[in-house]
Ligand binder design. Structure first.
Ligand SMILES: *Cc1c(COP(=O)(O)O)cnc(C)c1O
Length: 397
């Protein structure tokens, strides 16, 4: 038997190259070797840069975080944003890393489904009280504030009814009362709005959606205006193991190179598709924030700089049978309850995100069996219009 060559066991040096790679390298290493204990001490103290253990941070997460920081206009000196293993990890780290038993958090009443669950079911077990209110109505929102309220969590545009929060008024109220304002900016993206410029203290993303953009990486992001708050969120995320995979970070960073191109194209498609849907027989209503008939039209135009985003919702006549006929007649449009993919996806809230609600509660939100939400992709708009024309005609029977 031959001796095992030592290079199989000891690490092989990386080959030298006078030129550098254009692509971002992937660094999957879990652990980092320091030259001596003094250096390791200095790294833990933060006086020397570098990594120690991947759960605490790694280069691919930081490369990605710095790009999203730039998109969100994160100020230098705050430590920058943090990448987590999912969007929900970012939401959870924000709430549980900052709040303590006895605190009260007020949320928008149409938050992302799992955020609602965290608010309604999980936080109470830790002694954190919660309430939900309509963020499009600042007086209703203010009425739900308690003396012990110390955080507000809202999304700018709600899912799936695309209502626009009164961000300016809520931020002013939060500031006057010393309440932290956290904004989940997943739906709107920093191309639509940069919440730090509107008074947010914390900005959250599900990077899984249009930032990464290809439905192949699950990640989150959170940044805070205050370095102490940032530290509390970071420590909670690291302690509870919300670590992102380096490969997922690499995929998302790669996706970001084309983010603005994809967003602008998807948005232009969404605007045109909304117009088209509104012209089709059998479509009862179309929701798109910048359309003249949208309930928050004026606020959408002012707050979002006239940008309507890449999401469109619509309602057709008929019940579940018509909805089934619609999705079956458009097999090329993925019927999948997610958003922000490169291609158009269609979701049906009554059978997915809002299935846990009673029909009456859904009706109060305007979500019937004929209600669909479209995450518009970057396809040729002529093709998309034709596919929706066919699908809606099929739904009419
Ligand atoms: C998807 C989503 C989340 C959760 O993100 P994951 O990456 O799926 O965990 C949170 N907020 C909003 C608005 C979302 O759309």
């Amino acid at each position: 038997m031959q001796d095992t060559p030592q290079c199989l066991i000891r690490r092989t040096p990386w080959p030298e190259s006078a030129s550098r790679p254009l692509g971002t390298p992937i660094q999957p290493s879990v652990v980092y070797a320091s030259p001596d204990p003094d250096t390791l001490d200095a790294q833990y103290d933060g006086t020397q840069p570098g990594y120690t253990y991947a759960r605490e941070g790694h280069p691919n997460a930081d490369v990605l975080a710095r790009k999203i920081d730039a998109l969100e206009g994160v100020q230098q000196g705050t430590g920058g944003g943090l990448i987590t293993g999912s969007g929900m990890a970012a939401v959870t780290a924000t709430l549980m890393g900052v709040l303590k038993a006895g605190d009260h958090v007020l949320g928008g009443d149409q938050l992302y489904g799992r955020s609602l669950r965290l608010m309604n079911q999980d936080l109470a077990r830790f002694g954190i009280a919660t309430a939900l209110a309509d963020p499009t109505d600042v007086s209703a929102f203010e009425a739900a504030i308690r003396p012990e309220t110390n955080m507000i969590l809202i999304e700018v545009v709600s899912n799936p009814t695309l209502r626009v929060a009164d961000l300016g008024a809520i931020a002013a109220m939060a500031k006057a009362r010393g309440i932290l304002l956290a904004v989940d900016n997943t739906f709107t993206t920093p191309r639509g709005i940069r919440p730090f410029e509107h008074g947010a203290d914390i900005v959250i993303h599900s990077v899984t959606k249009i930032l990464a953009g290809h439905s192949d990486a699950t990640l989150g992001y959170v940044a805070a205006r205050d370095a102490g708050i940032r530290r509390a969120i970071y420590d909670f995320a690291v302690t509870t193991g919300m670590t992102p995979s380096p490969f997922d970070c690499w995929l998302a960073e790669r996706g970001l190179y084309s983010f603005e191109l994809r967003y602008d194209r998807a948005e232009a498609n969404a605007e045109a598709l909304a117009e088209h849907l509104a012209s089709l027989p059998g479509v009862k209503r179309v929701l798109y924030p910048t359309r003249a008939d949208h309930p928050d039209h004026n606020r959408a135009v002012a707050l979002l700089d006239g940008r309507g985003g890449h999401m469109v919702s619509f309602e057709i006549e008929g019940g579940r049978a018509a909805a089934n006929a619609l999705t079956r007649a458009a097999p090329q449009i993925a019927f999948a309850p997610t958003l922000g993919d490169i291609g158009t996806t269609l979701s049906h809230p009554a059978s997915s995100s809002h299935r846990g609600m009673s029909a009456e509660a859904r009706a109060a939100l305007g979500i019937s069996e004929g209600f669909f939400r479209v995450s518009v992709g970057v396809e040729d708009i002529g093709m998309l219009k034709a596919e929706f024309t066919t699908a809606i005609a099929a739904a009419r029977g």
